[in-house]
Every structure is written in C-alpha cells, then in structure tokens.
Design a protein around this ligand. Structure first.
Ligand code: HGA
Length: 609
C-alpha cells in the first residue's frame, strides 16, 4: 500500500517520478504528490485523486529538478485531503512514508511542546518534524533520520530529501518494503520495482531496520545499529510488458485471461519432474516436511480462501490435520502451538503485514517449520520462512486478486500431494493421476474462460441488484466465498457466501425474488445434496444462477439458469470453478461502471495493519 518513488540524477527526474507513481497507483490512489529540491528550495505539488491530476498541476507549475521524491497515498490516519497528502514538509525537509507510526500522538504532543506547528492529521508528519529537530541539533540528514527512526514505533518505509543537502536522499525501512534501484550515474528508491523498471533492473532490497543514503554516484546502506553494511544486488526479472495493459480494458481482465499461462508456469517444475518432490519447496524441504504432523495455514483475504480450499485437500489427500485461520485474528489470540505442525503463510505480495506478524507470532510460540506461498521473490514473508513455493503468476496489478489465487491453489495442491507421498499415502497410480490432472488444468481453465460471453449476459441480471448469495459445498465452498468477495470488492454489491447445507439455518430468510443465488455445483459426490439445497431456494422464489460441469445431469427451468464449465476435472475442480465467478464479478462491475482495477477504499499489497 502507498507507493514511494525517489530519484537522483543528472537529468530532470520529474518524469521519472510521475511515471513511477503511475505504475504504483494500484498500491493507493487517494491522493498523490511530489517534492523536488530546486536550488536551495523544496517545491511540492499534491492533489487528491489520481496521479494524472497531480501530473497536470506539476506540468503547469513547471516542475523540473534532478532530485525528488513522490508518493501515492492510501490514507490510514487523516482523511483524503490535500493537506494530508504526502510529501510532508518541515522547514525544508520533505518526506514520503508508507506505514503507520503507532506512537504518533505522543510524538505530536512532544513536538508541539517544542513549538512545531502541524498542518495535517497524519501520523507521518511527526517524522518530518522529528528529523528537522535533530538537524537543528547538529546532525546531518542521514544522522537525523537514523536518530528519528529509533523513536518511532510501528511500520515505515521512508524517503527523505532536504533543501540543504541537494546531493543525496536518505531512506529507511521497518515493516514496509523499500528498495534501491541502481542506475548509471543515477539512483532511485521505490516501494516496488515496477516504479523504476523504466530506468533500471538492478536493485538492492533493504532489510528490516536498514537506513541508506542514495547519491548520484553511489549508495551506502546501514544496518539497524547504523553500521555500514553490504546488501546483495539483484537483477529484477519483472518484465515491463507484464505491467502494460496490452489489448485489455482492465488489468483484472488481463490477469483473468493470463491464468492458463500463469498456471502452466507455476506448475512447470512439477510437470517436468513428473512427480511431487519435496524440493519444490526448497532444497532442504524433505527434512522439514517428513516429520510434520499437521498444518496451520495463516492468510488474509483471497489468500485465506485458497488456504481454505487447501484444508480440504491436505486432510483428504495427506491425512494430516489442517487448520486455516485469518492472520489478523491469529496474531492477537493466545494460540496453542504444536511445533510439529507446519505453518504455511500465503500472501501474493509477500509483504502483507498481518500475515507477516502472524508468522512472527507463530515463531515466537515455538513453530520452527514454516513455509510461504508467495508471488514476489525476495519479499519479506518468504525471507522469514524456512521453505517457500513461488507462484509464477507474474505481476498482479488489479487490486482484486485473480491469477494469484489460482496459482496459489497449484502450490497448495502440490503441498498436499507431497505430504501424502512423504506419509506413504500416495500410490504411484494416484501420483500419476494428479500429475495428469495438473497437465490438463490450463486447457480446462481456457475452456472456462471461453464462457465469458454467456457470463457477461448473466451479469445484466446482477447489475441492478443490491445483494447476492453464493452457495457451495465441500471444497467448493471456499470458491463461493471467493466469488462473493470478488463481487463485493469490485461491483460494491453486497454478497455473502454460505455452505449450501447451512442455508436452512438462517440465510434462507433472506431469499426472495430480489436475491440472486449463485451456486457452485460441480459434478462431484455432493451434487445431489446441492440440488436439494437449490430446491429450498426455488421454493421461496429465489432465482438461481448455477455453475455446473458439462457432464452433470442438470437442466435449466424457470428461475434456474445454468452455465456449464467443461467436464468435471476431479480434484482440481475448485480451480476451474473459480474462473466463472471471477468473470461474473468483472462483468457486473463493468456494467455498473465502477473502477474495476482501483475499487473504492481498497489498495493492493496491504502493508498496514
Ligand atoms: N499513515 C500514512 C501512510 C499510509 C500508508 O502507508 N498506507 O498504505 C498516512 O495515512 O498518510
């Protein structure tokens, strides 16, 4: 969340900052701003709304400079106003911040007592004044930053410039991602590599507690004790084309359609090996996975739903007990740890703060065996985990997760099969059957994508509605949950999901002819049960929209609309049945005219609590 970009060069960096902010806009889009060091002055422009509005203002005010910082905001403290937008400035010191300063109230009181006047309601502004306070005491910009951050509780990624030090910017990281981009005679900082790919692929990831100074001709990183430290340089393999829309209208649409490729890439190592090997999860994974007696999954949002599917797979296939819990709940409860359980965290960005904190908490309880399922190499959660499975979905820009979810499911299915194999519960025939099922998956997903025109027609029935109900059973219940989440987050239609068997215990009271009921009804052992649940809806006048398989014995009738996905694909059916609910949400949002890729109040990569 919140995007940070900074640049120091021999050329005008304003276009670099603006382009970087546009790439980062998916991380937050309440307001945007830049500050540049111009001669011995700081010039700043901020606007609520989109980067394009701020860009227009910067253009008409003739902004140009060789050193500057920029920010796109997702407000946590203080409303969406221009005075709360970043950069914040204190007497010639300008900074941008991602994160939350938990002790901002105490710091604010202290700084006000020193005579500082506050212009915003943000937690961020205290940092600018604190740095200025230490500059007054004789520190240089880096020293002042290093002192200031030691007084902060909470999470931050910071980039700071001062009108008195036109030759460098300084930055700091704790709890929120920040990296340095290395160019030729120019250097950059960014919260996310996409912001600087236009200029360089060479990056250094800052670690927790690091600070750094970034000059035109070099970079020096310091650890949490302010000692100079070398951090490895990486070459980013994120492609610029993965950040472009191409022929699509929205990133969400593009990412839905990329799923056959994303799934194929994610399972490549499995298909190549033709077997489920522990090394899929890291070279020392066998030693860890062999002694495991159970699995605890921790995740948020869509990742929580992929974990919920995995629970069915892990228990059914490997015979190990598995629980799945929302990370932000787990981290604050007194949990009972079983050190023989594997803790699996799932996060697309690898930076989700609640998930990271849940992992830290699990470790503090004595959990040593940790595995992360993640889409971003070198991000914080995999680095804090013993084992990792990287999904190869490519950059996911749409705020509503799609290809990250289905590729996570591939990793989790591989985990279930691998644990089963290590426990002697996977016969060679079964293993071959699962590998074959994976091999066919991208094709089946492509077939489901081909249903788009029919689903787009259905969306017309959803567009005027205020509520919708999603039903599923067994391993498809989490797909109903995911379908309801997709619909609510991008179309703003209130949607809830229930296990179909639970209907009569309460939610049936909501059903009338104004409540569309979406049913995930694949041709599996629960189909007859689901059909009975559908009768309960029909009997109350509810209109049914049923996704079933081509080979299920099912027909349309009055008030019962049916779309058939391909023939039932067996154990991987939840992945195929995800596609229609994604498309339904997308087309409904499109018809309602919402901002599909940037739904209100949300942002990607949730790096705040
Ligand atoms: N707390 C700061 C920054 C918010 C943020 O990092 N969001 O992702 C603010 O509210 O401006």
């Amino acid at each position: 969340m919140c995007g940070i970009v900074g640049a120091i060069a021999d050329r005008d960096v304003v276009p670099v900052l603006i382009e970087g902010l546009k790439r980062l806009e998916y991380r937050g889009y309440d307001s945007a701003g830049i500050a540049v060091v111009d001669g011995s002055d700081i010039r700043r422009v901020r606007r609520t709304g989109r980067v394009a509005e701020m860009e227009g203002a910067a253009g008409s005010e003739g902004f140009s400079a060789t050193l500057g910082i920029g920010h796109t905001r997702w407000a946590t403290h203080g409303g969406v106003t221009e005075s709360n937008a970043h950069p914040h400035v204190s007497h010639g010191v300008a900074l941008v911040h991602n994160g939350i300063i938990e002790n901002h109230e105490q710091q604010r009181e202290r700084l006000m007592a020193m005579g500082y006047a506050f212009e915003s309601q943000t937690d961020t502004e205290v940092i600018a004044h604190l740095i200025h306070h230490y500059l007054q005491g004789g520190d240089d910009l880096l020293g002042a930053l290093q002192r200031a951050v030691k007084e902060l509780h909470g999470a931050y990624a910071l980039a700071v410039v001062s009108r008195k030090e036109p030759g460098r910017m300084v930055c700091a990281r704790m709890g929120c991602p920040l990296l340095i981009g290395l160019g030729e005679g120019e250097n950059f900082v960014a919260s996310d590599v996409s912001a600087i790919l236009q200029a360089t692929r060479r990056v250094i990831f800052l670690e927790e507690g690091d600070t750094a100074e970034v000059r035109r001709d070099g970079v020096q990183v310091f650890d949490g004790d302010d000692q100079p430290v070398l951090r490895e340089e990486h070459l980013s393999d994120v492609s610029l084309s993965s950040l472009e829309l191409g022929p699509y209208r929205h990133f969400m649409q593009k990412e839905i359609h990329e799923q056959p490729r994303a799934l194929g890439d994610t399972m490549e190592a499995i298909i190549d090996a033709g077997v489920f090997e522990p090394t899929l999860f890291g070279k020392d994974a066998e030693a860890v996975l062999r002694g495991i007696e159970g699995v605890q999954i921790l995740a948020c949002g869509t990742s929580f739903y992929s974990g919920s599917v995995a629970r069915y797979w892990i228990e059914a296939i490997s015979g190990l007990p598995c629980s799945v819990e929302i990370a932000s709940e787990y981290r604050y409860r007194t949990a009972v740890a079983n050190p023989k359980h594997l803790v699996v965290t799932i996060s697309q960005s690898g930076e989700t703060l609640d998930t990271m904190e849940a992992l830290k908490y699990a470790k503090s309880l004595g959990h040593e065996h940790t595995l992360s399922i993640c889409n971003v190499p070198e991000s914080a959660i995999p680095r804090a985990s013993k084992l990792v499975f990287y999904t190869r979905a490519g950059a996911e820009i749409g705020v509503a997760s799609t290809k990250a979810f289905t590729t996570q499911l591939v990793g989790l299915f591989a985990l279930a099969a691998t644990l089963a194999k290590l426990n002697g519960r996977l016969s060679e025939e079964k293993e071959a059957e699962y590998i074959e099922a994976l091999r066919h998956l991208p094709g089946s997903v492509q077939h489901a994508l081909n249903l788009e025109p029919q689903i787009a027609l259905w969306s017309e029935s959803f567009t005027p509605r205020h509520h919708a109900l999603f039903l599923g059973r067994g391993v498809h219940y989490p797909i109903a949950l995911e379908g309801a989440l997709k619909l609510k987050e991008i179309s703003y239609i209130h949607a809830e999901a229930y296990p179909a068997g639970e209907l009569k215990h309460g939610p049936l009271a909501l059903v009338d002819d104004a409540m569309p009921v979406v049913v995930i009804a694949p041709n599996d052992s629960l189909l007859e049960k689901v059909k009975s649940n559908m009768q309960e809806v029909r009997a109350r006048g509810g209109e049914l929209f049923v996704f079933t398989d081509a080979d299920s014995n099912f027909s349309e009738s009055e008030g019962v609309h049916v779309i058939r996905t391909p023939r039932h694909v067996g154990v991987l059916s939840p992945i195929v049945h995800t596609i229609p609910v994604q498309l339904l949400a997308y087309h409904t949002a499109l018809a309602r005219g919402t901002d599909v890729d940037k739904p209100r109040n949300l942002a990607k990569s949730v790096t705040v609590e």
